[in-house]
Design a protein around this ligand. Structure first.
Ligand SMILES: NC(=O)c1ccc[n+]([C@@H]2O[C@H](COP(=O)([O-])OP(=O)(O)OC[C@H]3O[C@@H](n4cnc5c(N)ncnc54)[C@H](O)[C@@H]3O)[C@@H](O)[C@H]2O)c1
Length: 262
């Protein structure tokens, strides 16, 4: 590590790893797909990972190492988010990293979107991230450090798949949330960034596709000619929560094989 004239310490030794050993990380949506790959990667990087999901059965076989834990909670309910963060603080007395990955996809034509569907998708995909960020920001500000990564989607930029307007709206909100918090929390040493995955091979990503359409779709529409793997999104998240991203905040990192090229 070297001390810059500004007083900021940066990692200068590639052999030092990512600086994540012993960090306390909370990952939502951790029973499946991107959240699960992220929880397992952070655990391998040395983090004490609290994996949170509404689907208890999905945790089967998850590899979090000795310091890991699983917690069944519905993050669309703000009081549940508060409870989850309180539990992590009781166990570890700090919270260094929050990754908000939990979400649902509902494909419903706009004419059929009713108040219940709007509420279900917005609460699960946007209110949840707001509530988790609000709860996590308290200990992070006290510590004077923290990293938050919110998972948005390329849908925030291109409108998303057919009939998923509420999902796309919520994902746009995630980007606004990320920028707003990046600005508010910067002076407390809390860095807040977003990831925009494109098509990723998870149960959600596969929703509405046959195997044949899935392959043809990505071959035709993505410069890298394939869908992404959850581990490839986890890699980008690991960068954003590591020492290597110490001067990155309010950023949106696309992990989409060149789909948007924006
Ligand atoms: N897979 C893709 O192609 C893709 C593309 C763009 C963005 N994303 C985003 O990436 C993130 C992860 O998606 P994924 O593809 O891994 O999906 P996934 O369906 O594999 O996993 C989502 C997880 O979130 C959990 N979850 C849903 N509602 C919850 C709730 N109320 N409380 C707690 N947990 C809840 C589910 O049980 C599931 O385990 C999501 O935010 C999604 O919108 C995915």
């Amino acid at each position: 590590m070297s001390e810059l004239t500004s007083g900021v310490t940066v990692s200068a030794d590639p052999g030092a790893g990512f600086g994540l050993a012993g960090k306390v990380a909370l990952v939502t949506g951790a029973a499946s797909g991107i959240g699960r790959a992220t929880a397992e990667l952070l655990a391998r990087a040395g983090c004490l990972v609290a994996a949170v999901d509404v689907n208890a059965g999905g945790f089967a076989g998850i590899e979090l190492g000795d310091g890991g834990s699983t917690d069944v909670a519905d993050v669309s309910v703000p009081t549940a988010c508060e409870r989850v963060v309180t539990g992590v603080l009781a166990r570890h007395q700090r919270l260094d990293i929050l990754v908000n990955a939990a979400a649902i996809l509902r494909r419903v034509p706009i004419a059929e979107v009713d108040a219940a569907l709007w509420e279900e998708v917005m609460d699960t995909n946007l209110l949840s991230q707001f509530a988790m960020c609000r709860a996590a920001a308290r200990p992070m500000r006290k510590q004077g450090s923290g990293r938050i990564v919110n998972i948005s989607s390329t849908a925030a930029f291109n409108g998303g798949a057919n009939n998923s307007s509420v999902y796309a709206i919520a994902k746009g909100g995630v980007l606004a949330l990320t920028k707003s918090l990046a600005r508010q929390l910067a002076s407390d040493g809390v860095l807040v960034n977003a990831i925009c995955p494109g098509g990723i091979d998870t149960p959600m990503g596969r929703q509405g596709f046959t195997e044949e359409r899935w392959n043809a779709h990505y071959a035709a529409n993505v410069p890298l000619k394939r869908a992404g793997r959850p581990e490839e999104v986890a890699n980008a998240i690991l960068f954003l929560v590591s020492d290597w991203a110490s001067y990155v905040t309010g950023h949106t990192l696309d992990v989409e094989g060149g789909l948007l090229l924006r």
